[in-house]
Design a protein around this ligand. Structure first.
Ligand SMILES: N[C@@H](CCC(=O)N[C@@H](CS)C(=O)NCC(=O)O)C(=O)O
Length: 238
């Protein structure tokens, strides 16, 4: 693809997938970032087509009627969606650089951590959006602090740098996109009382795949502002 600019309704459908793999994405979507992190970690360079999620191309809805990114498409025309499923698929198809343990118990532990984190994700939005609207968010804030403290304790108990051991595994990439956005969401102080979790965010920032994939705080802030005004600038910075 010559352009990263997003494709909207009325745009011409891209041809068949010639490069082996295509990712339908949106540059600021934290779920699609999970897939991009795994791709970058594994050194896979698919064709990337960014989608205007406010004005989706008809051909994208034909491929994935749910209209969600991330969506992968193979050269056989098979479509895979849901961020965690796309990442597991990539792990199976490109096993050279592993992100998941090979034993069943290790895999189950990763899934349990992901299930737990999925319940934390809504709090990031509830608090950030509630604050913006001037709502009282003290309740969700207290709950989020409690959840962060449990994540911190998990690292303390395991005595490891990352959630799956002393090197990055899948769960770290599944969680990272929301921590990358902490500051742009006005939630940076939430890791002040959780030193191990804070250290984890610092270590994540040093990871080459994270560096390659992430946006700066200012870029996130600019996108969030456009999103909050109801006119998401999917092409911000291009
Ligand atoms: N559960 C999905 C959530 C993906 C998701 O919500 N993606 C958003 C962008 S961040 C999307 O595609 N929104 C379009 C829509 O809701 O119509 C996953 O894990 O992939």
């Amino acid at each position: 693809m010559a352009t990263e600019k997003c494709f909207s309704k009325g745009s011409a459908a891209p041809g068949p997938v010639l490069s082996g793999l295509r990712l339908y994405s949106m540059r600021f979507c934290p779920f699609a970032e999970r897939t991009r992190l795994v791709l970058n970690f594994k050194g896979i360079k698919p064709e990337i087509i960014n989608i205007n999620l406010k004005d989706k191309p008809e051909w994208f809805l034909e491929k994935n009627p749910l209209g969600l990114v991330p969506t992968l498409e193979t050269s056989a025309g098979e479509v895979i969606c849901e961020s965690a499923i796309t990442c597991d698929y990539l792990e199976d198809v490109y096993p050279e650089k592993k992100l998941l343990p090979s034993c069943a118990l290790g895999k189950a532990k990763q899934k349990m951590m992901l299930e737990n984190f999925s319940k934390i994700v809504p709090y990031f939005y509830k608090i950030a959006m509630g604050k913006k609207k001037g709502e009282d968010v003290s309740g969700p804030e207290a709950e989020m602090k409690e959840k962060f403290s449990k994540l911190n304790q998990d690292l303390v108990n395991k005595k490891t740098k990352f959630f799956g051991g002393d090197s990055i595994t899948m769960i770290d990439f599944m969680m990272w996109p929301w921590f990358e956005r902490l500051e742009s969401f006005g939630l940076k102080t939430f890791v002040d009382g959780t030193p191990e979790l804070k250290k984890w965010t610092e270590l994540m920032l040093e990871d080459p795949a994270v560096k390659l994939t992430m946006h700066s705080v200012d870029t996130h802030k600019a996108f969030n502002k456009s999103f909050g005004e109801g006119k998401p600038d999917y092409d911000y910075g291009l």
